[in-house]
Design a protein around this ligand. Structure first.
Ligand code: TK8
Length: 378
C-alpha cells in the first residue's frame, strides 16, 4: 500500500482538519509522484498540505488493462451518489470513469454527481427507472422497497467480519440478489461496501443499550432499521441521507448512525460530540444502472461496464476498510469523544437486539438467514 497521491479530493477533508490533526502515519504523502489531477486546480493545495498532517493513506487503484473497444457510440453516464467527493464511494466512481474512458477509447464519459445533489438513494433509483439518470450507488436498506430480499442485510450483527460479508455478497446469495433486480427497471451490477455502522449523538457517551434509551436517532428508510432502534428503546426517525446534517444541526434528532468514514466526510462531527463503535449493522452498497439504458447498449459496452463496476467495487471495498480507522482517529483528533466498546458491551447490544431477528425472521426467511449464518460462523 502506498499513499494515494492523486486524490486532491481527500484534501478537502484534510484541510478541514488542518491544525487539529497530528497524525503521523501518512509520512509518505506526496513522495511517490506528483498529484495526477493537480492540473485541475493548479496543485497548490497539495503543496501547502504538509506531509504527515493530511489525508488517509489509501491504496492506489489497480492498473487498468483489458481490451479497448473503440467502435461504437459516444455517450455520457450520469452517476449520482449520496456521499461526499472525498468518500471512498466517490473515489471508486472516479476509478470507474477512468476504466471506461480508457477501455472505450474515450467514448464513454462518466460524470459524478456527489452529495445527493441529484436526489437521495430512493429518488436516484427512481430516476434510473425513468431514465433521467444512468447510474447510482445506494445502500441496500432503501433499495429494499424495490428488492425486498435485500432486507437480509438490515439484520443487526449479521456479519462478524467484512470478509464474511465479501463471501456472501460474492457468492450465490449476492448473485441471486443482483438478479432479483431484473425487470424492475434497474440492473444490479456489483457489490461494494458502506460498512459497519457506528452511533453518534449530541447528548452523551454511549456504551450500553441503556445509554441509548430515549435518544432521537435518524435511521435509514427501512422498517428493520426502525425496529432495531425501537427495540433498543430509542426514538428512531426514518429520513433520507441528504437531510441528516441539517436535522442534526437543528436538533430535530439527537443522533444518527453511519460508518466512521461517512461521519467524517459528511462532517457530522461538527454537530455531534459523541461517537460509539457499536458496529451494529454492516450495510452493503450496490452499483446500479438503468435497465433500459443498459439493455440499449452493445454487448461489448455492457461487458465493459459490468467489468468496470466490479473492479471499482473491489477497489472501493479496499479503500473503505483503509479509510475507516483513519476516520475514527481523525474524528477523535478534531474533538469527537469516541467510545470503544468492550466485548461485553458489544455482547449486551447484540443480545438486546435479538428480538429483531424473531420479529423479521418470517418475512426475510429463516432459511436464508440460516444460509448466511452457516457461511459466516463456522
Ligand atoms: C448515502 C447513503 C448512506 C447511508 C445512509 O446515499 O443513508 O445513512 O448509510 O451511505 O446510502
Amino acid at each position: 500500500m502506498r499513499t494515494r497521491t492523486h486524490t486532491r479530493r481527500a484534501m478537502s477533508t484534510a484541510l478541514m482538519l488542518a491544525g487539529a490533526l497530528t497524525l503521523t502515519a501518512c509520512g509518505g504523502f506526496g513522495e511517490d509522484e506528483p498529484a495526477a489531477d493537480n492540473g485541475a486546480d493548479g496543485g497548490s493545495e497539495t503543496e501547502t498540505a504538509d506531509a504527515g498532517s493530511d489525508g488517509p493513506e489509501l491504496s492506489d487503484p489497480p492498473a487498468i488493462d483489458g481490451d479497448v473497444v473503440s467502435d461504437g457510440d459516444s455517450y455520457e453516464i450520469k452517476f449520482g451518489i449520496g456521499l461526499a467527493e472525498d468518500s471512498p464511494q466517490a473515489m471508486s466512481v472516479d476509478y470507474f470513469g477512468e476504466i471506461l474512458d480508457q477501455r472505450s477509447d474515450g467514448r464513454i464519459d462518466v460524470n459524478l454527481f456527489p452529495n445527493s445533489q441529484v436526489g437521495d438513494d430512493l429518488q436516484m433509483m427512481n430516476a434510473l427507472q425513468s431514465g433521467t439518470l444512468e447510474m447510482t450507488y445506494p445502500s441496500t436498506s432503501p433499495a429494499t422497497s424495490i428488492v425486498p430480499e435485500l432486507q437480509l442485510f438490515d439484520l443487526p450483527f449479521l456479519f462478524p467480519t467484512p470478509e464474511d460479508a465479501d463471501a456472501v455478497l460474492d457468492g450465490e446469495i449476492g448473485q441471486e440478489m443482483l438478479a432479483a433486480f431484473d425487470g424492475s427497471g434497474i440492473t444490479g451490477l456489483a457489490w461494494a461496501e458502506n460498512g459497519y455502522r457506528q452511533l453518534t449523538n449530541s447528548q452523551r457517551a454511549v456504551s450500553t443499550p441503556e445509554d441509548v434509551e430515549g435518544l432521537r436517532v435518524r435511521v435509514m428508510e427501512n422498517p428493520i432499521q426502525v425496529s432495531i432502534w425501537e427495540t433498543l428503546g430509542a426514538n428512531p426517525t426514518s429520513m433520507a441521507f441528504g437531510e441528516v446534517f441539517s436535522a442534526l444541526e437543528q436538533g430535530v434528532v439527537d443522533g444518527q448512525e453511519n460508518p466512521w468514514s461517512t461521519i467524517l466526510t459528511s462532517r457530522f462531527n461538527e454537530v455531534q460530540d459523541y461517537g460509539s463503535e457499536t458496529r451494529h449493522v454492516y450495510t452493503p452498497f450496490l452499483i446500479l444502472i438503468g435497465e433500459d439504458f443498459y439493455e440499449g447498449l452493445s454487448e461489448e459496452d455492457q461487458a465493459l461496464i459490468q467489468e468496470a463496476a466490479i473492479q471499482a467495487a473491489g477497489y472501493q471495498r479496499t479503500i473503505s476498510r483503509e479509510y475507516s480507522d483513519y476516520a475514527r482517529e481523525a474524528l477523535a483528533e478534531v474533538g469527537m469523544e469516541i467510545t470503544e466498546l468492550s466485548d461485553e458491551e458489544l455482547a449486551a447490544f447484540q443480545e438486546a437486539v435479538q428480538p429483531v431477528y424473531e420479529q423479521w425472521e418470517d418475512e426475510i426467511g429463516a432459511e436464508l438467514i440460516q444460509r448466511v449464518q452457516d457461511e459466516t460462523q463456522n
